[in-house]
Ligand binder design. Sequence first.
Ligand code: ADE
Length: 265
Amino acid sequence: MDIDIVSVFPEYFDVLDLSLLGKAKSKGLISVHAHNLRDWTHDVHQSVDDTPVGGGAGMVMKPAVWAECLDELLGMHTESPDRPILIFPNPSAPLFTQQDATELSHAQHLVFGCGRYEGYDARIPAYYRERGVDVREYSIGDYVLNGGEVAVSVMLEAITRLLPGFMGNPDSIIEESYTGGNALLEHNQYTKPASWRGLDVPAVLLSGDHAKVDRFRRDEALKKTDRIRPDLIAQLDCHALSKADRKTLIELGWEVSGDHPRRIS
Ligand code: ADE
């Protein structure tokens, strides 16, 4: 996978070499290039932003400098059928989810544009969308960061760990939270010793009965999700739930006879 990142702080991405992502780079699974947006400016101050039209606080990133940079990185002047996907982090966009990470992990080439200041001119994504580029805007959460760099790091880590060959044990991806069509939070995990500072691991996990352990973990996942993220329970597909899942959900106060669970108590 080829990854281009455009930022006014490209050095921010030097740390990627230190993490697991660095390993993926050295294994040849990904190639990452961080570019300085100011390299596409022509003025002596290398300015990338201007005041907002219509007034207001802060500065907005100018479309012209982004376009010069993106035309080049997206290969707008070539007829390649394999155009990259262009991604802008943006606090006012739909939430980035595990499903997005999974979908993007199949892409050949991703280009990330990091906004700064009060954001970027809305015509930048609009322009490329109109020209047939797959443009995505994502928020990583309901809070505002100073710029897109942290958000891009988060998205990159979520995407690249799904690449075949990245994880030592790919099964751990199948088991974790948010994965699969019927996403639940993952059950709690424990390691040895079985008793630590007066706290015991649940006895069933020591029983050696795999069916019982699986049921216990599944019920724990359902209970934890009900407690912390009931919105995820409400999105489950009732038709894909086992009899035992339905029984647990009913005990937790959900009605499961429709397409999706509905809280009744
Ligand atoms: N830029 C600033 N805040 C952000 C957020 N929450 N998500 C994505 N990009 C951002």
